[in-house]
Ligand binder design. Sequence first.
Ligand SMILES: [Zn+2]
Length: 164
Amino acid sequence: MVEHRIVAIPELREAGDIEEKGRFQGLPRTYIPNRNMIFYSMAASYAEEAGSDYIIGGHNAEDLNVFADAQPEFFRNFQTTLWSASKFLRNTRTTILRPLQHMSKSEVVARALRLGVPLGLTWSCHKEGNTHCWECEGCKGRISAFRLARIEDPLRIVPSQKKV
Ligand SMILES: [Zn+2]
């Protein structure tokens, strides 16, 4: 069974929206304090509920250069914490996998294209809405990744350019 859950966490704020910005120097405005601890804890809760063997994260090599909570050390320690926190996860050896951790964003886009991933259904924008804003950090990163991969982003093709 495949289930897609959307969880709202409106209390989390990005560094750019927090008044005391000094302690976030060197981090992108989109950094959310301690986010991977929160996100992976929620994923672990669902993994235990669903009986999953794996928790899969989409961190790429660029994330490892910026975020402490995307480092191998964090995941080694968090894996140990998960197994100490849950008898089920320990007994099933439920494991966190990060298959993209050594790939750049453009390499991820190129791999996705080769695998037939419907890139037109993917979402990169950090803002709410029905369409990408093409101005936030997520959108700028997407534009750059597609450009470096020399792949046309299906979301940026205007209707008159679409092939019939
Ligand atoms: Zn955006």
